[in-house]
Design a protein around this ligand. Structure first.
Ligand code: SF4
Ligand code: SF4
Length: 122
C-alpha cells in the first residue's frame, strides 16, 4: 500500500497538496491529479499536512500519526492549569541512572518528539 492514498473520485485536482507538501514530493500529473511516486516515499516526513489541507477530504495517510480518537478526546480535557503545570515542570536531565531504558519508552518519546513544531511539519 502506498504511504499516501488519493481518492481520485473525491479529488478536484486543485493542486493544494502538491503546493503545501513541505518536501515537494506530491506530483501533479498532466491531468492535474496528484500522486506520490514510490521513489519519493522515503522523503515523506509523515507530517500529515496534505491530508489536513485537502479541501475534498481525498487524502489518507497510511501511517500512524495520532493516537486513537479516545486518547485525543482525553487530551482535549487537559485544562489550561494542568497544561501550564506540565510546561512549567519541564526540566532538562543532566544526570542519569546506570539503567537501561526500555525500547518501547524510547520509541514513544521519539514518536512524540516527531510532532514538535519545525519549519517542515507545522
Ligand atoms: S488537495 Fe485534495 S483535492 Fe486538491 S489535488 Fe490534492 S488530493 Fe486532490
Ligand atoms: S505527509 Fe507531509 S511530507 Fe508526506 S506527502 Fe503529505 S505533506 Fe508531504
Amino acid at each position: 500500500m502506498s504511504l499516501i492514498s488519493f481518492d481520485l473520485e473525491k479529488c478536484t485536482a486543485c493542486g493544494t497538496c502538491s503546493e503545501i507538501c513541505p518536501v515537494h514530493i506530491i506530483m501533479p500529473g498532466e491531468d492535474g491529479y496528484p500522486s506520490l511516486p514510490a521513489e519519493n516515499e522515503p522523503f515523506c516526513s509523515r507530517c500529515g499536512h496534505c491530508e489536513a489541507a485537502c479541501p475534498a477530504d481525498a487524502i489518507q495517510g497510511n501511517y500512524e500519526t495520532f493516537p486513537p480518537e479516545n486518547d485525543i478526546a482525553d487530551t482535549t480535557q487537559l485544562s489550561p492549569e494542568v497544561f501550564t503545570k506540565y510546561v512549567q515542570s519541564r526540566r532538562s536531565t543532566r544526570t542519569f541512572k546506570n539503567k537501561a531504558v526500555e525500547k518501547e519508552k524510547i520509541a514513544g518519546i521519539l514518536e512524540a518528539g516527531r510532532f514538535a513544531p519545525s519549519g517542515m511539519n507545522a
